[in-house]
Design a protein around this ligand. Structure first.
Ligand code: AMP
Length: 224
């Protein structure tokens, strides 16, 4: 199954992608996670991307497309994958279409997750993640322990440096201007599903699965 999770920062794409990935045994490909790891390791890509990320701006399309091409060519992607945070611009979507054609991949299902802006701002400003296992915490719904030590793996819980009020505002503006127009691009050519993300995580997941079920191969349905 080939899925694109689409929506503003903070709508829950990553959380839902992780769950689907575990259940269907297909990788979650988060361009944000790949870039943050590249920055952490100080690779060439990381050095080129860091400044854009700090300011809440998009990393140039050609860097992202190279990164995606390399990632989806790996063997764990042979039976599908979930794109989380990509594509984010029309040139990225066009580049993906070209790649899909070259690799003879079936059409994507695009899942849009929607959440009102004021909820997104609250979510992002309370968001924390375990730097070791990636477990999510949130000051408002699922607070991290006072010592910021992950209850699952004992790793250090941190806040993303771009989850500060000024950068959140910028990221939402970038989303509205550069990413939101993609909806029309995909509505015309793909299976398109829209999910209300302003609900409990479990309910969002249940709705999402119900809606993508008709597109899942018979052999994978038992996993749900
Ligand atoms: P995310 O984790 O998806 O919120 O992404 C964090 C940051 O990484 C974004 O604000 C961008 O600077 C960069 N980024 C992630 N994915 C992309 C993409 N597809 N295109 C351009 N920049 C991206």
């Amino acid at each position: 199954m080939y899925l694109i999770l689409f929506g503003a920062p903070g709508v829950g794409k990553g959380t839902q992608a992780k769950r689907i990935s575990q259940q269907l045994s297909i990788p979650q490909i988060s361009t944000g996670d790949i870039l943050r790891e590249a920055v952490r390791q100080g690779t060439g890509l990381g050095k080129r991307a860091e400044n854009f990320m700090k300011k809440g701006q998009l990393v140039p399309d050609h860097l992202i497309l190279e990164m995606i091409k390399e990632r989806i060519s790996q063997s764990d992607c042979d039976h599908g994958f979930i794109l989380d945070g990509f594509p984010r611009t029309i040139p990225q979507a066009q580049g993906l279409t070209k790649l899909m054609n070259t690799m003879e991949l079936p059409p994507f299902i695009l899942v849009e997750i929607t959440v009102p802006d004021e909820i997104i701002i609250k979510r992002l400003s309370g968001r924390k993640t375990c730097s070791q296992c990636g477990a999510d915490y949130n000051d408002h719904t699922h607070p991290a322990p006072a010592d910021n030590i992950c209850t699952i793996c004992g790793g250090k819980i941190t806040r993303r440096s771009d989850d500060n009020p000024e950068t959140i505002k910028k990221r939402l503006q970038v989303y509205r201007e550069q990413t939101a127009p993609l909806k029309h691009f995909y509505e015309e050519q793909h299976q398109f599903i829209s999910i209300d993300g302003n609900k409990h995580i479990d309910e969002v997941y249940k709705n999402l699965i119900e809606q993508i079920k008709p597109y899942i191969k018979h052999a994978d349905i038992h996993a749900l």
